[in-house]
Design a protein around this ligand. Structure first.
Ligand code: GLN
Length: 561
């Protein structure tokens, strides 16, 4: 899908800002609503970017626990950010940088650094104006060069942590022209016992916003269904917006349908009108329609993928689920991804992987579940089941091979067993020296050189690929020759670092030290995932072919006899 906006940034328009806040409770999907609105503006020919504001005190999401917060998403510049940025990258098909994620930790860090270096010339340093100025500066810096910048303020209106941001927004409204700024407030519209849509929580949330000087322009009500006309009227009356400015955002079975729903509601048109962009938008017939085509296409058949990880929470592996979905879209097939609890496989897969068309072992840190992951890898390797190992899943494939094929008993990654006699995965001396803020991790986009005549070369169809990384450990160079002599092939390298492994005799056994899942997009599925489904579908085809030829042949024989 050619999703790069064709028009590029139009300087005559200036920057437009769309702020999205949330009310009543968190987890309403305001990020998806915001990203969907952005997608539609981009379909209309505008250059759209986004900022996610996370009002927590962490500088970045690097140290956050995936079980509580979902996966740590990695940007091309190595920024470790909230998974919402992944949604923006996927919906808008843009590459973001750390600058697109504003956290209270970052803001305070720079304000305090400036204070220490005397930049405030002896003044008292305060939330207003110093912290709010820093927030506004960051947002404007990202918006520069785009037609529209969508700014999602994380958390819920009323949270103490969010206050400096709302104050910064109020100042923004004061400083920008009216037609350059829109405030969208996303709230929950619950149902009473007798099925009536209730607007009181929305009213309270807007009252809270107004008490700090912010008047939303647009209200989006999250509910099971579309808002009734009376509900919209009531919200409009009590919250002081026109009825046309109240939109529904009902539940849909798949988040990729949200842009279609937002379009059906006309939210994009309303935003364009209010931002004085309507005249510059592509005429409806010329708008990019690929997203709708992609998500409404008919899928047939199903591929069952086992995701063997330690967290039973979809958000902890969100980009992998998404990448499998993208690969499914590329093949027009449904993908059922089933999480398999790695710890339960420690004593063998015991039938748990039977019937699976493919196995994926994701990235991770720490030893919990690693023995089970290796059992899953062994199962895939020995039974010719398509396998994709990502980062830790790549490293464990090396350990499994060293133990069970090379016969190096007790081989392990030095991260997981410091005493191992065979540290086939270890930290390279060059990595030990790296220490920048969060630690010693190798982060962000790096180039991998791909060898010709390999599976990796076939799937990437290129001599190199640039993918994102987040790891400390590597294949230990001392074991490479022995591993290769035993049949494992390292088909992608980055200097001394092994980046891709494969097993030439296997239908599809691929491991990547990098995380291809962070570059997969709905219309541009990531090659390792597409290859995985390719192999799985081929094997499905072969087995149905076998069944088909087995069946009638037997019958024919019977007839003859
Ligand atoms: N824990 C491993 C390392 O640091 C793998 C990291 C990952 O899977 N993201 O190298």
């Amino acid at each position: 899908m050619p999703t790069e906006p064709e028009t590029g940034y139009d300087e005559t328009l200036g920057n437009k800002f769309v702020f999205v806040t949330g009310g009543v409770m968190s987890g309403l999907g305001k990020g998806i609503t915001a990203a969907s609105t952005g997608r539609l503006l981009s379909n209309a020919g505008f250059d759209v970017t986004a900022v996610k504001v996370d009002p927590y005190l962490n500088v970045d999401a690097g140290t956050m626990n995936p079980f509580q917060h979902g996966e740590v998403y990695v940007l091309k510049d190595g920024g470790e950010v909230d998974l919402d940025l992944g949604n923006y990258e996927r919906f808008l098909d843009i590459d973001m940088t750390s600058k697109h994620n504003v956290t209270t930790g970052k803001v305070y860090q720079s304000v305090i650094e400036k204070e220490r270096s005397g930049d405030y010339l002896g003044k008292t340093v305060q939330v207003i104006p110093h912290v709010t100025d820093d927030i506004k500066r960051r947002i404007r810096e990202v918006a520069e060069g785009s037609d529209v910048c969508i700014i999602e303020v994380g958390g819920t209106v009323g949270d103490i942590e969010g206050m400096p941001y709302l104050e910064a927004l109020r100042q923004f409204a004061h400083e920008e022209d009216e037609e350059d700024i829109q405030f969208i407030h996303v709230t929950l519209v619950p149902y009473s016992k007798n099925g009536e849509q209730k607007t009181k929580p929305t009213q309270h949330s807007v009252k809270e916003l107004r008490s700090i000087g912010l008047q939303p322009d647009i209200l989006v009500g999250r509910a099971d269904d579309r808002l009734d006309p009376e509900t919209k009227e009531k919200i409009a009356l009590f919250c002081d917006v026109p009825t046309e400015a109240v939109f529904s955002n009902p539940d849909v079975p798949d988040i990729y349908q949200v842009p279609l729903m937002v379009e059906d509601e006309g939210l994009d048109e309303y935003v364009m009108e209010r931002l004085d962009l309507a005249d510059d938008a592509l005429p409806e017939a010329e708008r990019h329609n690929e997203w709708r085509e992609l998500v409404t296409q008919d899928q047939s058949g199903t591929v069952n993928v086992a995701l063997v990880g330690k967290y039973g929470l979809e958000d902890a592996y969100l980009s992998i689920y998404e990448s499998l979905k993208h690969a499914g879209l590329a093949h027009n097939v449904n993908v059922e991804t089933e999480w398999i609890h790695a710890e339960e496989l420690a004593d063998g897969t015991d039938g748990q992987l039977d019937g699976m068309d493919a196995v994926v072992v994701p990235g991770g840190f720490g030893s919990r579940g690693t023995e089970g992951k290796m059992e899953a890898i062994r199962y895939a390797r020995e039974n010719g089941v398509p396998y994709l190992g990502l980062c830790l899943g790549f490293q464990l494939a090396v350990v499994e091979y060293a133990r069970n094929v090379l016969g190096l008993e007790g081989a392990h990654s030095a991260e997981l067993d410091e005493e191992t006699p065979y540290p086939v995965i270890d930290i390279l001396p060059e990595q030990e020296g790296v220490d920048d803020m969060g630690g010693t991790m190798r982060l962000g986009a790096h180039v991998t050189e791909i060898e010709e005549d390999t599976l990796a070369h076939r799937i990437y169809d290129d001599d190199s690929c640039t993918e994102r990384h987040r790891h400390r450990y590597e294949v230990n160079p001392e074991y490479i020759d022995d591993l290769e002599a035993a049949g494992l092939r390292f088909s992608g390298e980055s200097g001394r670092r092994m980046e891709i492994l494969e097993l030439p005799e296997h239908p599809y056994f691929l491991g990547t030290q990098f995380h291809p899942e962070f570059r997969s997009r709905p219309g541009r599925a990531s090659p390792p995932f597409v290859g995985l489904l390719d192999a799985a579908l081929e094997l499905q085809g072969e087995s149905t072919e076998e069944k088909r030829t087995d069946g009638p042949a037997d019958e024919a024989e019977e007839v003859e006899v």
